[in-house]
Structures are given as structure tokens and as C-alpha cells.
Design a binder for this molecule. Sequence first.
Ligand code: PHB
Length: 396
Amino acid sequence: MRKAKPAALAAALGLALAAGVASAQTIKIGFITSYSGLNGNLGPYMERGARLYLKEHANELPPGVNVEFLIRDDTGPNPDKAKQLAQELIVRDKVNLLAGVIFTPNAMAIAPLATEAKVPFIIMNAGTAVITTRSPYIARLSFTLWQSCYPLGQWGAKRFKRVYTMVSDFGPGHDCEDAIVRAIKESGGEVAGTVRVPLVNPDFVPYMQRVKDAKPDALAVFIPAGKTATAVLKAFGDLGLANSGVKLIGPGDVTTDEELQNMGDAALGVLTVHHYSAAADRPANKAFVAAWKRDYGANETPNFVAVGGWDGMAAIMYAIKEQNGKLDPDRTMDLLKNFKDPNSPRGPISLDPATRDIVQNEYLREVRRVGGKLVNVELETVGTAVKDPWKELNKK
Ligand code: PHB
């Protein structure tokens, strides 16, 4: 009799645990992003953005439902690593969703796995236009480079006679170059030259010298956000391009909010087109930035990667709520296609049901010093409810 007691207790405990597990529904999100390697500081912005959304909206989760992030480091642009992580998350951890990804090559490597396993994949950064066509299980809550670079080219052609482009030599760089060159040619402007620089550890000085010699009116640069942006600004400043009459322009990656204070005065006056600025005075953005500073520190500033994480999590939350916590992959995709938020920190957003790509505004911004800090001041809205122009221009 005595011996049976602990066993009975253990059995009862086991039952209780099983009951607890059965009534609490856990949604597992396999979260793949970059914490090391090239611009490895960007991953934490994405993760913190997603976690902050979840925290601020935790009371909207259906009763008994909770969300677990399985966080993985893809170590920068590393498609083999990203694929291996996605495989493990799908097969071993049995995640309900995949999310994250800073770099295009990684998103491309994960796409076929999402299709094969029918696991919805919510992209929170990677911006090459073609990515969403690689799997019907992808929804993108970030941006495409065509969305910023095409209106940038249209605006730039009105303001500058000759524009030179400089881009990182990989998918999003090629998209940005194509978009600017196309927009300038359509507007009857002149492309002074184009150059592609290596993605990893480029020395910008010789490239900047080449641009200086060509004497364009503007230099449009795309590089991945993070430390690479600061390296561009440093080379631009050191070679005195601004003083020789070259205006630096680009999509917002080149004046990414988290690096502005490291860039110093070389960033002053740089004009960019982008969907998000931490300095935007929309009430939804003010609330977002205040929550960020409250949780992560008064000196911390979110960037567009953080907003990708925030809005990506908003879309996931919508799919969870609508299905009462029981996720079916095809139903999830149907719901995501109709996701809308009139009040994102970046302004109104929605997903285009035809492409599963985000539709959003694009703002012209200028780096100015405000209250002692460099910020991207939004000057005007250059595009309203912009769909990915690459897909619009290549419609059959
Ligand atoms: C991308 O790989 O698609 C990418 C990376 C960094 C950016 C933008 C796009 O700032």
C-alpha cells in the first residue's frame, strides 16, 4: 500500500500535466533572423518588434492560447544555414509558422520548404520582389525594394539631371538599380552610371572615387541597413562628395534609423524614400516608439526592421484570433491575404490578396538634426497605397 502511494501521486500529476497541456494551446513560431555575421545587429530589432506587438496585444489572444517563439540565428546572408534551420523547425519542432528573415537569399532557400510542408512563412524583412512568387505559403509584411526605389527614381528624375546608382550586388540591390534606372529612363532623365559593390565587407572608397569623377548630380545608394549604411556615409563624407555637388539619395536603408547617430554630420541632408521613419509623428508611431523606449531603454530607437517584426506579428495575431487558436495552413493564408491595419506605425497597410505582398505608403524624408539628434524627417507622401511596382509592371 505504502509503495503504491508515490506511483498514484505521479500518475495523478501526470494526468494533471496532460490536462494542462491539452487545454493550453501553444502556437509555435519558428523565428529565423540574423544575430551574427553581416549586420547581425538587425535580428534583435525584428525580434523585439514582434515580441512588443505580442505583449501589447496579449489580451486579444483567444483564451488558453499562447505563442512560443523558437528563435534561431541564420548568421547573416547564409542560405544553407537558413534552410537547415527551417528544416529542423518544421520536422523536429513541428512549428505552426515560420517568420523573420533579414536577407533575400535566406528567404529564397526557405520558400520551397514552406511549400512542401505547408507551413505559412511570414517575411518581416527580405525585400527582393520575386520572393513571394516562390511559395504560395509566403506573406510579406515588410517591403519590396521596387516600392521605395521606383518612386525614388521618379522623384529623383524631376530634381536631378544625372543620377548615378550604387547597389550591393545581390537580389535587393539588383531590384533597386533596375527600378531607379527604369524610372529615370521613363522620365527622360539620364543615368550617369551604375555600379554594384560586393555584399560583404566592401571598401566603398574606390567606388565613391569613381562616382566623384563622373560628377553626377545625385548618387542613389542601396546597401543592406545596419553597419554597412554607416560605412557608405563615412566614405561619402571622407571623399567630400557632398562638397563637390553630389547629393546622396536612396531607399531608407542607407539612413536606417538605428545607425543615424553613428553616421554623424555626413548624413545631414541625405534624401530618401521609405515606408517608415522612427521620427514620423503619426499617433500610432508615437505610441510604438514610446512602448519601445519603455521596454528597451530611453536611448533605444526602433527602425524599419522593428516595424517589420511588429506588423508581421500583427498579421499572425489576426490569423490566430480568426481561427480561435487552431491554425490551418490554407485558412491562415486566406486570412493573411485579407489582412489590413489602418493604424500601423508606418501608416495604413494591407496585403495585396493577389500577390501576398504588403501595400503601403512611401514617404520622402530628409536627415535633419532635431533636438540634438539626427532623424529622418518625413517631408511628403510620394506614394499612397503602393503595391509592389515590379509585380504591377510585369502583370500578364
Ligand atoms: C534583403 O536581403 O532583402 C535586404 C536586406 C537588408 C535590407 C533590405 C533588404 O536593408
